[in-house]
Design a protein. Structure first.
Length: 80
């Protein structure tokens, strides 16, 4: 199933992704740090929703209360 998540508190503004049988696929960030976000997308590809959430939840970016990785974890938590 395809999902779109509007981020907050980050340079990226949106995350599009798919979940098939609990597996994260095709993660694409809109805006933000291009190289780093491509790396996150590549590293989470094929992992379970729970594994990605456990790895990324709570990571902060500098002085911000969240990060693009944390936003992805939150998006996955909200996805059914």
């Amino acid at each position: 199933m395809k999902y779109t998540y509007k981020t907050y508190g980050t340079c990226s503004t949106q995350i599009d992704f798919e979940i098939e049988n609990g597996i994260v696929k095709n993660v694409k960030f809109t805006n933000g740090c291009n190289g780093n976000l491509k790396a996150i997308s590549a590293l989470v590809e094929g992992r379970t929703k729970e594994e990605v959430t456990r790895l990324l939840r709570g990571i902060k970016c500098g002085y911000k209360e969240t990060s693009c990785g944390d936003q992805l974890a939150r998006a996955l938590e909200e996805a059914n």
